[in-house]
Design a binder for this molecule. Structure first.
Ligand code: 1GP
Length: 253
């Protein structure tokens, strides 16, 4: 039987109005000293998931990173793969991503066909996710590597229709991503519009750097925020973000 543990947990959190925080670790970029600090801070609470992945992952550190984190903490490990080579049994779950904002068939079905036999046999919880790239003001790695055009940040109507189509196709989550290191994060007006249109959990990421921005995103309707670059650059920021999610949930907003 399929393992539905993490997704079920996310649905339950959503039902209770609780928010979630994921830290994105790119095996290519994470520095060992920074990883130690991130794991220490995360152990104190407020980090619900580690997302692991990147657009390239040119080294062979994926398995090592997963093993290392698993040995040191119990926070769930979720693969956020940039391509079908970034697979590992050492994680707990995988976002099975369809790039529904784009029109590149490889990222809508091609890579999925390649990954399917591996995933069918794997113990990973597989969470099918409609991934939507939103223009964040700079050309991101995802945009370049996927050869797709992001949804313009001022076109909330396109985002809404795309998310709706994803939900109707049976995708279990929608992820609005301005891309790693985005200059402009996904606008709250777009998050609100998409939140109002779909019922599945809503993930938001790309360019989130401060607890204030995170709180604004949660308030706009995001269920789970993904933060990578800001923490990679300064692991200390995780302390503020982790405190923000706990405070937000404590207040029961
Ligand atoms: C990228 O949403 C994630 O896919 C995280 O973005 O690295 O800008 O936080 P940042």
């Amino acid at each position: 039987m399929a393992n539905l543990h993490l997704y079920q947990g996310l649905l339950e959190a959503r039902q209770k109005g609780e928010k979630r925080l994921a830290v994105l670790l790119d095996p290519d970029k994470i520095r060992p000293g920074h990883l130690d600090s991130i794991l220490d801070i995360a152990a104190a609470g407020g980090v619900h998931y580690f997302f692991i992945g990147g657009s390239l992952v040119v080294n062979d550190m994926l398995d090592n990173l997963l093993t290392d984190i698993r040995r040191r903490c119990a926070i769930p490990l979720v693969l956020f793969p940039g391509n079908s080579f970034q697979l590992s049994y050492r994680a707990d779950a995988i976002l099975f991503l369809s790039l529904i904002s784009g029109r590149n068939p490889e990222l809508l079905i091609g890579q999925h066909v390649i990954a399917a036999p591996f995933l069918k046999m794997s113990p990973l919880e597989i969470i099918s996710t409609g991934y939507m790239l939103i223009d964040g003001g700079v050309m991101t790695s995802v945009q370049y590597m996927s050869n797709t055009c992001p949804i313009p940040a001022n076109k909330a109507d396109i985002a809404v229709c795309t998310a709706l189509a994803g939900e109707l196709l049976g995708l279990k989550m929608i992820y609005l991503d301005a891309g790693s290191g985005a200059q402009n994060p996904v606008p709250e007006s777009m998050i609100e519009a998409v939140r109002g249109a779909v019922n599945v959990p809503l993930l938001v990421g790309g360019g989130i750097r401060t607890p204030e921005k995170a709180a604004a995103n949660w308030r706009a309707g995001a269920d789970l925020l993904v933060v990578g670059s800001a923490i990679e650059q300064d692991p200390g920021r995780l302390r503020e973000l982790a405190a923000a999610v706990e405070e937000f949930n404590g207040e029961g907003v």
